[in-house]
Design a protein around this ligand. Structure first.
Ligand code: ASP
Length: 346
């Protein structure tokens, strides 16, 4: 295996080399003796909060790390950062004030997946999802069972609610209804809109091996027990080592309805570029959107973004309305504008 890989990398040649005797008649041509795959361009693409992660992950794969390990280390930066209130520690809680985390991952070369849903008190659900992938016969663990599984591997139980996430939650609870017993936040004081966020991370190395990870605290103030698209393999992220990887951030329920991670990879399999594949998936989302989620102008009232990379190392992203994403430019992570279906809402 290492020999085969290093020879492939060394040759770095595109296309198939057919070792057929040139004097043989066509009908007796020997089967290809050696098929050389193109060397891939190492590449990573993610939601905008993955800028720091891309730099770390690309350094790791260039030093020989596996793509899944690199992707998990990349998203852990956000999971451990209390300032990122969409992911891991410091993530915004559910309507009871409890932080419940979702994550999933796929490893292209071994065709394996792992996921956790509604995981409480563990800062890095992506690393727990990777353990499900590596050490179990299952794909998804949820709730209390997922927590016990994490603790069995030495993860520490911790309070994930930071003072600033608690304050946002308390303000939301105070203003939730006009007739309840919670006094409203005084007029003029800042109230946040319902914030959204997640990190999706897709990466291919120079050998063409691909992995993807998505991790989130999910929709702020969600109904306890709700899991979104992020831990759903085929929705929040998906990898096929022959084709590429894709994943999403934004309204999870709308993504689940089209299996968006999987669908985007399938569009790439049909020959679409990563950006076109993301746009095609968004069009399918719109086609599946019920009227109650449409604005008066007939466009969806929610945000959703897809990110994709193919085996050659081409990457792209597209969203309902213009936003930014993070991508490796050959030297370092940069922010770029996504393609989009509709102009920014007025
Ligand atoms: N996709 C996440 C979820 O639905 C939320 C987000 O990305 O904003 O849980």
């Amino acid at each position: 295996m290492p020999d085969a890989l290093s020879r492939r990398e060394f040759l770095g040649v595109t296309g198939a080399v057919v070792a057929a005797g040139h004097l043989a008649p066509p009908e007796t041509l020997a089967a290809p003796a050696l098929i050389l795959r193109p060397a891939s361009r190492p590449m990573a693409v993610s939601s905008l909060n993955g800028l720091r992660g891309i730099n770390l992950a690309m350094e790791m794969v260039q030093r020989g790390s596996d793509t899944l390990d690199a992707a998990v280390e990349a998203v852990k930066i956000q999971e451990l950062d209390p300032e990122d209130q969409s992911v891991g520690y410091g993530g915004l809680p559910n309507e009871d004030g409890v932080v419940q985390l979702d994550a999933s991952c796929m490893h292209g070369p071994t065709r394996r997946a792992g996921a956790v849903g509604a995981l409480e008190n563990i800062k890095t659900p992506s690393a727990v999802a990777r353990l499900v992938l590596k050490y179990t016969n299952h794909i998804m663990l949820v709730g209390e069972g997922a927590k016990r599984f994490a603790i069995s591997y030495g993860f520490k139980e911790e309070d994930l609610l930071t003072p600033s996430s608690r304050e946002l939650w308390l303000r939301w609870r105070a203003n939730r209804g006009a007739t309840d017993d919670w006094l409203d936040v005084p007029a003029g004081e800042k109230m946040v809109e319902r914030p959204t966020g997640t990190i999706n991370f897709n990466i291919v190395d120079g050998k063409g091996d691909i992995s993807s990870v998505t991790t989130t605290s999910g929709l702020a103030w969600k109904i306890p027990g709700r899991v979104g698209d992020s831990p759903i393999v085929g929705a929040g992220q998906y990898t096929d080592n022959e084709i590429g990887a894709a994943g999403s951030t934004g309204r999870g329920e709308s993504n689940i309805m089209v299996c968006g991670g999987f669908l985007t990879v399938e569009f790439m399999r049909q020959g679409m570029s990563p950006t076109d594949a993301c746009l095609a998936t968004l069009k399918r989302v719109v086609a599946m959107t019920p009227d109650r989620l449409m604005l008066p102008d007939g466009t969806p009232n929610f945000g959703l973004t897809f990110y994709a990379v193919n085996k050659k190392g081409e990457a792209g992203a597209a969203s309902m309305r213009p936003t930014r994403y993070a991508v490796f430019d050959g030297k370092e992570a940069v922010a770029r504008d996504t393609a989009y279906l509709y102009p920014r809402a007025k």
